[in-house]
Design a protein around this ligand. Structure first.
Ligand SMILES: [Zn+2]
Length: 391
């Protein structure tokens, strides 16, 4: 199976490795005040059995560790954090016990996003001082969390940051440095806070193609936190014209087309094209981002018979879709690590993201928060113009 072309963009980006858009922690979020009236009592005893928040014989509530949890004591606050690594989609909670909860005490789980502490979820603290907050684990990534306890008339209290990695249920092959971004600086990525609407053009596809698109998108979603919404079918063929397609059709289109119907679209040996369109944008800290606002994948139907439906052994349609959709969410080819789906050539029997794929998908994913376009108009300005595709 030969290489395929990737959509490249008219704007020039420096050829540097991916750079995270990190900023110093925002100072305005709130001050740590361990002497606040909220925290007057000593940390309660912690033992190794029994349910959380259980009262002991003296009537004092206790926080009890469960298997794998990290018990951390802060002045006036004990917290059972999940393990440093949790499997994706496994259920975890952050449980805590405030020694002397103030009036209207509230516990908030916050996540560090491009240097800004951002609320994830809040819950009232019970009169006993206990609280429990679910920890999101629906996509892979390396996250930094903290707790913020507020109450009427006292300064908020914030714990130091604590890392939690959400990891796959399999052990990825390859190296976590083995990835390249189409736009490394500023990073080119979709807005993870808005669902990506997609359509499929199945006119030249074989049976089961839509199911395989959805399977591949699910694998993108679990690795990025991006959300995809199926909008139906279309007759659009991405990259067949000067622009990928009319933006009113969908954000993302996956098509199969007969190469004879679009002369020049495919080079000899190309089984598919995939790529993004980008425009200027910024993250929640105001840092620059190349916002991907459109993505396309077009398969050469001459190779339909070469790709097995589904995933698993052989050259599979799901693996090919993962690769092309990887381009559409901002990943470029990586060479020298055959374990990666984003290697230039499709590989036999390889249908799981490698360690480098996962690191790249994290870099373009929801870990780094929402993206806002600098201009609300789609496709405006020279920045959104596309160059002819190249190999
Ligand atoms: Zn490719």
């Amino acid at each position: 199976m030969s290489t395929e072309r990737s959509r490249l963009l008219s704007w020039r980006h420096p050829a540097v490795v991916a750079t995270r858009l990190t900023r110093p922690a925002a100072a305005a979020v709130g001050a740590i005040s361990l002497t606040a009236a909220l925290l007057v009592a000593a940390v309660p005893a912690v033992d190794a059995a029994g349910p959380p928040g259980q009262a002991d014989r003296s009537g004092a509530p206790r926080l009890v560790a469960r298997a794998g949890e990290r018990m951390v004591s802060y002045p006036g606050l004990a917290v059972a954090w999940p393990a440093p690594q949790v499997s994706v989609s496994s259920a975890h909670a952050v449980r805590g016990l405030v020694s002397a909860p103030g009036v209207g005490a509230t516990a908030t789980l916050q996540r560090l996003v491009v240097g800004v502490w951002t609320d994830v979820i809040s819950t009232p603290v019970a009169p006993s001082g206990s609280f429990m907050l679910p920890l999101p684990s629906f996509y892979f990534g390396h996250f930094s969390y903290r707790l913020r306890i507020t109450a009427a008339g006292v300064d908020p209290v914030e714990t130091p940051a604590l890392p939690v990695a959400v990891v796959p249920t399999y052990r990825p092959a390859g190296r976590d440095t083995s990835y390249a971004l189409i736009s490394p600086s500023p990073v080119g990525r979709w807005d993870p806070c808005t669902p990506i609407g997609y359509r499929v053009n199945l006119a030249e596809a074989r049976q089961g193609a839509l199911r395989d698109v959805q399977s591949a998108l699910a694998r993108i979603a679990v690795a990025t936190g991006l959300q995809f919404r199926y909008l139906g079918t279309t007759d659009v063929v991405p990259f067949a014209g000067d622009d990928p397609f009319d933006p009113s059709v969908a954000d993302l289109v996956v098509a199969w087309t007969d190469p004879a119907s679009v002369p020049g679209l495919f080079q000899p040996g190309n089984y598919a094209l995939g790529g993004p369109e980008m425009r200027p944008g910024h993250d929640i800290a105001g840092g620059p981002v190349r916002q991907i606002y459109q993505g396309g994948v077009t398969f050469n139907s001459a190779f339909n018979a070469a790709l097995k439906p589904g995933s698993g052994k052989g050259y599979t349609r799901v693996a090919a879709l993962m690769h092309e959709l990887g381009h559409a969410v901002g990943l470029f080819h990586v060479t020298g690590d055959g374990a990666e789906i984003m290697s230039p050539s499709l590989a036999r029997d390889r249908d799981q993201w490698g360690a480098g794929d996962l690191a790249g998908l994290e870099a373009v994913g929801a870990v780094n928060g929402c993206v806002t376009a600098d201009s609300p108009a789609r496709g405006n300005g020279s920045d959104a113009q596309a160059l002819p595709t190249r190999d």
